[in-house]
Design a protein. Sequence first.
Length: 100
Amino acid sequence: MKIPLLAVLGLFLVFTLCFAAGCAAGPNLFRNSPGTNGSVAGFWLGLWHGFILPFAFVVSLFNDKVTIYEVHNAGAWYNFGFLLGAAMIWGGGGASARRR
């Protein structure tokens, strides 16, 4: 018995969609709640965390108390600062657009 190609592709598509949905991030339950120091991380702290991302990542591999992302944050502004800082430290893609 030969299985039709369309059925195999359909099954593959369903499997891929289920796998992708399982990898999606959930909601941040600690958003807008103060951390251990009593404050909520905003844009500027997000920018700083983006700048130190490469160093914090290496340290986090060896120390369980160091993380690269503050979960007690202000939401979108912290995320924007984090992404902006990470883009600045990694070059932001502007170097590849430069003419030679």
